[in-house]
Design a protein around this ligand. Structure first.
Ligand code: MG
Length: 283
């Protein structure tokens, strides 16, 4: 177990949610569905002085946030070249501002009692000699060291790079509180490789997972991303995903992530995903 992880019910169904709406309303909606824990995404423009409201709403609802996710102003997931240009720690022009923001998100997580932070750091170059690789590696070390002061883990969202590249990056950073938020759909959406095989390679470095589904990019459209789908309707193979998680000894939460922009559709799909995971866990 990585430093900073806490023990909870094994494979507990959870939800990836976003700050922005009223916290009490957000938790009321989820607790109605039987969900008691989740990951909280923080949009890049959110004023972080709202931490006390979130802390109080969490206590009142008996809800637990186990990861606070940092997103950044100016990011776009339109297609792969745009992701490369705009997402995470990779773009040099926003690197300093995003480092400050990530440390502030760590403070927010500490204020609400969350044991971990996470983010998409973006496309890490494969060559360890690349100046962007070196700058981002050093930045990840500083974020890990800052998070460690609050006994937090720092998880990198998967998707853009093959598992072996990600694993050698983690080893190169060399911090005990660094791990992975494994998203099987991203590996398919970006055409990176078979997620179940990747999960076997990343194994004990997985801190948390997203239960998300999707289809591969259409052939003949270079740079296009695949399409996100409701859980169970895409190409991940959710039963084999759960079987592999059990095989590698993962016992953390199963965090349903649905990115559909229509909020009604999103909640309907989340409810269906909760049922699907309950059925699969019953086996
Ligand atoms: Mg994800």
């Amino acid at each position: 177990m990585l430093k900073g992880q806490t023990v909870h019910e094994p494979l507990q169904t959870a939800v990836m949610l976003w700050a922005g709406r009223d916290p009490a309303e957000t938790f009321a909606e989820l607790t109605r569905l039987g969900i008691r824990s989740g990951q909280l995404g923080i949009p890049g423009d959110l004023d972080l002085s709202c931490a006390p409201q979130w802390r109080d709403a969490l206590r009142a609802a008996g809800f637990r946030v186990f990861t606070v996710f940092a997103a950044y102003s100016g990011e776009s997931y339109a297609d792969i070249p745009t992701v490369q240009r705009t997402v995470g720690f990779i773009p040099p022009s926003t690197r300093d501002e995003r480092e400050r923001r990530t440390l502030a998100v760590s403070d927010f997580a500490a204020a609400i009692g969350a044991p971990g932070i996470a983010t998409h750091i973006g496309f890490v170059p494969e060559s360890p000699e690349d100046p962007d690789y070196i700058a981002v590696r050093d930045m990840v070390r500083r974020v890990c060291d800052y998070a460690a002061r609050s006994n937090q883990t720092f998880a990198l969202e998967t998707g853009q790079e093959p598992a072996d590249v990600l694993l050698s990056f983690l080893n190169d950073v060399g911090r005990p509180n660094l791990g992975i938020n494994f998203d099987p759909a991203n590996m398919i959406l970006y055409g990176t490789g078979d997620p179940i095989e990747a999960l076997g390679i990343l194994g004990s470095r997985v801190i948390s997972v997203h239960c998300k589904d999707g289809d591969w990019p259409e052939p003949g459209k270079p740079g296009a991303l695949g399409e996100e789908r409701p859980l169970g309707a895409g190409s991940v193979g959710i039963p084999r995903f759960l079987a592999k998680l059990r095989e590698i000894g993962y016992s953390g939460p199963l965090s349903i992530e649905r990115e559909a922009s229509d909020p009604v559709r999103r909640m309907t799909d989340i409810e269906a995903a909760i049922s699907l995971l309950a059925d699969l866990k019953r086996g």
